[in-house]
Design a protein around this ligand. Structure first.
Ligand code: S3P
Length: 173
């Protein structure tokens, strides 16, 4: 039987799209941690950040991560970009009975994707220019690499289609 598959990586690396396609292709349920939190809290992530603050969000994120990873049924779980980087969550993931994949995208790929949709994302919506965004992503990604690097596998996603990424993951599980 297959174990839970956890997808992680920076905002814009494709965790949700890849996660959904992967879950459909191996026929197990898909859970997107951001959507899960939004459903449980009855609020969008943007509103949680605005009205309750980031710390509240991080506590809920950790709480629901544990809730999902302690379920018996295997799922494909896409994390939020920051999930592995707070509390001891990445060590918790590593010590759980799951296989994890860091979807690795370059600063350029991420910045290009994120610039158009930055208004939807609480952490980067204040950034006015592409240059500001590139600087932010470069620094932030560097800080997070320590956590992302603990994943069971690293999959490069810059040049690959969703189908190719799904195939690479399926070959490793
Ligand atoms: C965050 C990433 C977001 C969401 C929240 C915080 C982060 O998820 O959890 O806005 O800290 O990188 P996505 O990576 O799915 O955009």
């Amino acid at each position: 039987m297959i174990n839970t598959i956890v997808l992680l990586g920076y905002m814009g690396c494709g965790k949700s799209k890849v996660g959904l396609a992967l879950a459909q292709s191996i026929d197990i349920p898909y859970v997107d941690l951001d959507f899960f939190i939004e459903n449980q809290e009855g609020m969008t992530i943007k509103n949680i950040f605005e009205h309750k603050g980031e710390l509240y969000f991080r506590k809920k994120e950790r709480h629901f991560l544990e809730e999902i990873l302690t379920q018996k049924e295997p799922v494909v779980l896409s994390l939020g970009g920051g999930t592995p980087c707070y509390y001891n969550s990445m060590d918790y993931i590593v010590s759980s009975n799951v296989i994890s994949f860091y979807l690795k995208a370059s600063i350029n790929t991420l910045s290009n994707r994120l610039f158009i949709e930055r208004h939807k994302r609480p952490l980067i919506r204040h950034l006015k220019t592409k240059e500001n965004l590139i600087d932010y992503v470069a620094k932030h990604l560097f800080e997070r690499l320590f956590f992302y690097g603990k994943a069971s596998h690293v999959v490069s996603v810059d040049q690959e289609s969703i189908e190719e990424i799904v195939l690479s993951i399926k070959n490793l599980v």
